[in-house]
Design a protein. Structure first.
Length: 150
């Protein structure tokens, strides 16, 4: 009986599950925001798509390592001050895409997030596809209210 319990415990810990989410761009800004009530940023958007990815490993949901991104991206809105593991991977993929394309934002961002979940350990791979947008200047606009990225 003791062997069966030990075997079942080892089998449960060794098994994991894999989940894949595609077109998960719900938290990305779709349009550039008005920075202040009288300043609007102008962007030039390329018609060629770009793609990038980021892979991270996460232990207990908050100890994460392995990201290839050298910085975080401010353009991924709605993540809050504390990023969870999936948000960190998406943020890293966004930053890598901007670095590779030498652009300021990714317009029409679509994510494919693959998660291998082993109870206390996760492997997360986030891939992003979209169009690079570069800031070309600003335009002064009277009596406009700022937009909110949510």
């Amino acid at each position: 009986m003791k062997r069966i319990i030990i075997g079942a415990t080892i089998a449960a810990l060794a098994c994991g599950c894999v989940s894949v989410r595609q077109n998960d761009g719900g938290n990305a800004c779709r349009t550039p925001c008005i920075a202040k009530d009288i300043v609007h940023e102008k962007f030039a958007v390329s018609d060629k798509t770009i793609s990038a990815q980021d892979k991270i490993n996460c232990l207990f949901g908050f100890i994460c390592w392995g990201s290839s991104a050298t910085h975080i991206s401010d353009a991924v809105c709605g993540q809050g001050p504390f990023l969870n593991a999936v948000a960190k991977a998406k943020n890293g993929a966004y930053a890598n895409a901007c670095d590779a394309a030498k652009c300021d934002q990714v317009v029409g961002a679509r994510y494919k997030v693959t998660t291998e979940d082993y109870f206390v350990f996760k492997k997360i791979n986030a891939e992003i596809t979209g169009y690079p947008a570069s800031l070309t200047g600003v335009e002064l606009i009277e009596n406009k209210t700022p937009c909110a990225c949510k």
